[in-house]
Design a protein. Structure first.
Length: 466
């Protein structure tokens, strides 16, 4: 049953970058300046300036990582030695990440706007090899693959502009979709009683399918315009509480004690929480003359990942039969894996220059931005499954306005994560053994050296009705 826990961990989000082709082109600084359907994620108050539109964008997140595992082993003489495993590489598939939405403005002054939208977070769907040079992969107890996972946030939104100086908005949302995970767990009963702690004979490859996930939430925000040159914005994203059914398919170990063993039952529930988010931004707008404008926004975002304290797995009458030396049936106990995440902070600066000086017949928007974000995971809890570190994101984007209705968008962004060294004697992620139930003090599985980077490329289009 240890297979359940890691797969759910990636559900915790840990976004590689904030999302949306146009907002990301501004470095994610899109709180006070939100004014199209992309506002459904950053600040729904900005929908008051979106008009009646149809909107779509897609981004490709190319994430790659390296992990060199290190462990400490105490030999028979009591000497503590550090053992280094071969390096493993994590990769992601080509998977376009979408935003789909539309807005409708109505009222005598178009002061009301309704919108609907579907979006997916920019989260890496990573995979690691099962073997390295013919030997079991050092990362197998954290993650093998998340291929087939698909989660989106869908919602309906409303904004109101009672006067030109104020916009307010709110949304009703739901996180929906499924997770599919492959991971290996060790079933040595217990460690060192009849085998070494990570004897491959006791490895069990599992496939976990979590879903359907339906987790309601919401967001709300405000934009205040004290001067036509100054926009001030604030928004809040409420947490997502996930409580979803799961199915487990397990390939039992090849060790002799499992020769006649089999599993009965496959149902469980997975529970965890995704954090609330607060965003604040201030945008300054300048009219440069000759139909050219410049917008600069400074934003701050705090994600309350400390809410993500654990991942809880509750098997529903899952039992193992005919394990040599164990009672039959052997009921698999609930597992609660500690996470101990921490709140993260992000500081963002972005700008957008709009002009007709490049193409006289068509307006062009040029944008760029940068952000710095602190990690949501203390170093001792970093693992191949949920790798995060302090990161810098630089981005550039552009839009071409075709006629009076169309806007075509593009973005390119580079995500640089600080390398992380998790000392084996401070590593905390335990190796879960389903024969033992809840984790006991064992060798941690996450010690070692980590590095990662990502490139994000995206395109989008908006059609605005006059």
């Amino acid at each position: 049953m240890g297979c359940l826990t890691p797969s759910a961990a990636d559900a915790a989000g840990l976004f590689t970058a904030d999302r949306g082709v146009r907002p990301l082109g501004r470095g994610g600084a899109f709180v006070a300046g939100a004014d199209d359907v992309g506002a459904i994620w950053y600040n729904p108050a900005g929908l008051a300036d979106a008009g009646t539109t149809l909107f779509v964008d897609f981004a490709w997140l190319n994430f790659s990582s390296e992990y060199t595992r290190k462990t400490q082993v105490t030999d028979a003489g009591g000497t503590v030695r550090t053992y280094q495993y071969p390096k493993v590489d994590g990769t992601t598939p080509f998977l376009p990440i979408p935003t789909l939405g539309g807005s409708y403005a109505f009222g005598d002054q178009k002061q009301y706007t309704l919108a609907v939208g579907i979006l997916a977070p920019y989260t890496a769907i990573a995979s690691y090899p099962l073997t390295v040079n013919g030997d079991p992969s050092p990362s197998r107890y954290s993650l093998v693959s998340l291929d087939g996972s698909a989660l989106v946030v869908s919602g309906a939104y409303f904004s109101y502009k009672p006067i030109e100086e104020i916009r307010i908005g709110l949304g009703l949302q739901a996180l929906v979709g499924t997770f599919k995970s492959r991971v290996v767990f060790s079933a040595s009963p217990p460690d060192r009683l009849i085998s070494s702690p990570e004897d491959p004979q006791y490895d069990s490859l599992s496939q976990l399918n979590v879903g359907p996930i339906i987790a309601p939430s919401g967001n709300f925000g405000i934009i205040v315009v004290p001067d036509k040159r100054i926009h001030l914005g604030a928004s809040a994203q409420l947490p997502f509480w996930i409580n979803a059914p799961a199915k487990i398919n397990v390939r039992l170990p090849t060790a002799a004690v499992f020769d006649k063993a089999y599993q009965d039952g496959e149902d469980a529930r997975v529970r965890f929480r995704l954090p609330p988010i607060l965003r604040f931004g201030a945008e300054y707008r300048m009219d440069l003359g000759d139909e050219s404008t410049l917008r600069l926004e400074l934003a701050y975002v705090r994600e309350f990942w400390s809410l993500h304290e654990s991942i809880d797995v509750r098997p529903d009458n899952v039992k193992l039969y005919d394990i040599t030396g164990f009672p039959s049936p052997f009921g698999v106990a609930p597992i609660s894996l500690p996470r101990h995440f921490q709140d993260s902070n992000s500081f963002r600066l972005g700008g957008e220059y709009s002009t007709k000086s490049i193409f006289k017949a068509n307006r062009v928007d040029l944008r760029a931005g940068a952000s710095y974000e602190t990690s949501a995971i203390p170093e001792e809890w970093v693992s191949p499954l949920t790798y995060d570190a302090n990161k810098i994101i630089g981005s550039a984007g552009a839009s071409l306005h075709a006629g009076d209705n169309w806007r075509l968008d593009a973005v390119a962004a580079l995500v640089l994560l600080n390398g992380t060294q998790v000392a084996p004697d401070t590593a905390q992620v335990p190796r879960v053994n389903p024969v033992q139930g809840n984790p006991t003090k064992t060798e941690a599985i996450n010690g070692g050296d980590y590095s990662a980077r990502a490139i994000i490329l995206g395109v989008g289009a908006q059609y605005k009705f006059k």
